[in-house]
Design a protein around this ligand. Structure first.
Ligand code: NAP
Length: 248
């Protein structure tokens, strides 16, 4: 059976590493991005040059109309979806709750929570054996911030990841009987550009010595965990939340 995967927010960072590894494991890949078309196109070209199949689709996954367009593009261009990685995630300038605007909170929650619900809904509608689908896998990308709470820097981001953890537990119970496994990965501090959007581009190096393994992580290490969770090797794993953070 053809394996088709959507990785949300995959033009750069952990999502890009996951899309590339998925292609190398035999998936036809939908790369999704928000505004950096050049990065997404570079990744798509790399996958195709390696002999893989990939499309790159611009969509703001926090907006329902965009999500519907994204999924119908996959239906038409790649075929039935078998795997979804809810990877998209944003954080904003570091600060305290007292200084956070409603607009900021709405942006973070729409991108980090609403998109996970909307994309999972569309995936379940397609994968569920109760709806004529073939089953499949969903992996949610949370964060170690869900454990420490993000106080003084970004409790909105941390709380959004707490929601992702809880959604993983609930959805795994809901759709397990329909042939869909749902799992979650909580990365620690990983070398990507997300830290620059919080105003702290050197955050990984600053915090590396606090990690028991003594270093920050690479996006490829998170991608390996995600692809394992989607694989047959993890066939009895569902509802799991795996910390990939150099120890807890
Ligand atoms: P990143 O390097 O900042 O990349 C974010 C990607 O998401 C980009 O491709 C961006 O698109 C896309 N994106 C942003 N908003 C979007 C939207 N509304 N719709 C569609 N795509 C959107 O992020 P990352 O560090 O790889 O993070 C990936 C995931 O890992 C996130 O869920 C994050 O919370 C989580 N995580 C990261 C770390 C870390 O240390 N890096 C730690 C724990 C958890 P454009 O390229 O078009 O801008």
């Amino acid at each position: 059976m053809k394996q088709v995967i959507l990785v949300t927010g995959s033009g750069r960072g952990i999502g890009a590493a996951t899309a590339l590894l998925a292609s190398r494991r035999g998936y036809a890949v939908c790369i999704n991005y928000h505004s950096n078309a050049a990065a997404a196109e570079r990744l798509r070209a790399q996958i195709v040059a390696e002999g893989g199949e990939a499309i790159a689709v611009q969509a703001d996954v926090g907006v329902e109309a965009d999500v519907l367009r994204l999924f119908s593009t996959i239906d038409e261009e790649l075929g039935p979806l078998t795997a979804l990685v809810n990877n998209v995630g944003v954080l904003e300038q570091q600060g305290k709750l007292a200084d956070m605007s409603a607009e900021r909170l709405q942006r973070v929650f729409n991108t980090n929570i609403l998109s996970y619900f909307l994309c999972s809904r569309e995936a379940v509608r397609r994968m569920s054996k109760a709806r004529g689908g073939q089953g499949g896998g969903i992996v949610n990308v949370s964060s170690g911030a869900a454990r420490h709470g993000g106080g003084n820097v970004y409790i909105d981001y941390a709380a959004s990841k707490g929601a992702v953890d809880v959604m993983t537990l609930g959805l795994s119970k809901e759709v397990g009987p329909e042939g869909i496994r749902v799992n979650c990965v909580r990365p620690g501090i990983i070398y990507t550009e997300i830290h620059a959007s919080g105003g702290d581009p050197d955050r990984v190096d600053k915090l590396a010595s606090t990690v028991p393994l003594g270093r920050g992580g690479q996006p490829e290490e998170i991608a390996e965990t995600i692809l394992w969770l989607l694989s047959e090797q993890a066939s009895y794993v569902s509802g799991a939340i795996i910390d990939a953070a150099g120890a807890r």
